[in-house]
Design a protein around this ligand. Structure first.
Ligand code: EPU
Length: 302
């Protein structure tokens, strides 16, 4: 979708918003899949309400893009424009055991920065790609750690109320890859409370997690991490593997040989290929094991 309303186009520079016309989502997502649309990059969070008011006034549908690392977007010209927050500088501020983090910050860099300042707890999250905002929305987790455990406050833009609000950690439900944020809430910043730990000790934890991840996940291929959630008491990866589906493909979308719950873009995969592969694998798992696998990756079909 292209913004052609002159009033909106004229307002963007005053709001410090950069317009990247016809941006390709293949460059914005870790899967390297997705169509084209106008991308609006927001430097100052306080201008978000005004931007959304303008877009709503002009009848322009919009969606919010974080790091694009857990996202499958449809092909072709997209029916919405994309909004994205530009990372603040600096993006993490520490005060005792509290870390105040901009949601556009990279999760891995945030974990490392806190570690260097003797604040630990998030070692397991080190290799999870994406932004802190994306991790919050999904309650990202790995190796026994989930980000929600450390959240004390979150500043969000609530589209429903049209304003910026601060939520206490206790007001938010953090479950397995699910949170109680509204679908159109936009994460702005977060206050984390992290346990004090010597850097050396944190580093050891980080190394162990990195090693495990390298051994079991296809880190240097285009993917969106795990495609399906694990059903209670079962492992999606193990079931797909047991069906002999590693390397199974639809077009250039392929089940990873390293981890069967990672589907990789092996070349020029399109969303249609990836969706075809997801549907096929889901059906086979259902037939063989009786589980209806639920997507872990966020799918924007339109
Ligand atoms: N397994 C296989 N074959 C495979 C993959 C896994 O047999 O191809 C077996 C493993 O041997 C193990 C079991 O399945 O016995 C579980 O595998 P793994 O330890 O790799 O964990 P997972 O449940 O597949 C989860 C998260 C990952 C996270 C890891 C490490 C989900 C959907 N996935 O994977 O998160 O990195 O644990 O904590 O919860 C993600 O969210 O995108 C993601 C990759």
């Amino acid at each position: 979708m292209r913004i052609d309303d002159p009033q909106i186009l004229a307002a963007l520079p005053d709001l410090g918003i950069e317009l990247r016309a016809g941006a390709s989502m293949t460059e914005q997502t870790s899967l390297g899949i997705g169509g084209t649309t106008d991308l609006l990059r927001i430097r100052r969070q306080e201008h978000l309400p005004e931007l959304i008011r303008l877009l709503n006034g002009g009848g322009i549908p919009h969606r919010f893009l974080g790091g694009g690392t857990n996202l499958l977007i449809l092909d072709g010209e997209l029916p919405w424009v994309m909004l994205q927050l530009v990372r603040a500088q600096p993006d993490v501020r520490l005060e005792g055991n509290f870390a105040y983090v901009d949601c556009a910050a990279d999760l891995g860099r945030t974990v490392t920065f806190c570690a260097k300042n003797d604040l630990g707890g998030m070692e397991g999250l080190i290799g999870v790609p994406g932004t802190v905002g994306g991790a919050l929305r999904m309650n990202a987790g790995a190796y026994g750690t989930q980000i929600g455990s450390y959240v004390r406050e979150v500043q969000v833009y609530r589209a429903g109320d049209g304003g910026i609000q601060t939520l206490r950690g206790s007001e938010i439900n953090f479950e397995y890859r699910h949170t109680s944020f509204a679908p159109d809430d936009i994460m702005l910043s977060v206050k984390l409370e992290l346990p004090s730990k010597p850097f050396r000790e944190i580093l050891q934890g980080i190394r162990i997690c990195n090693e495990k991840r390298r051994a079991s996940q296809p880190l240097n291929q285009k993917s969106a991490g795990c495609i399906f959630k694990n059903p209670p008491g079962a492992s999606a990866g193990r079931m797909i593997d047991e069906l002999g589906l590693k390397s199974h493909r639809v077009g250039d979308a392929r089940v990873s040989e390293r981890h069967a719950n990672f589907f990789v873009n092996d070349g020029q995969a399109r969303a249609a290929d990836m969706l075809g592969l997801i549907a096929d694998v889901r059906q086979r798992v259902h037939r063989a094991f009786g589980f209806e696998l639920e997507e872990e990756v966020i799918v924007w079909k339109g």
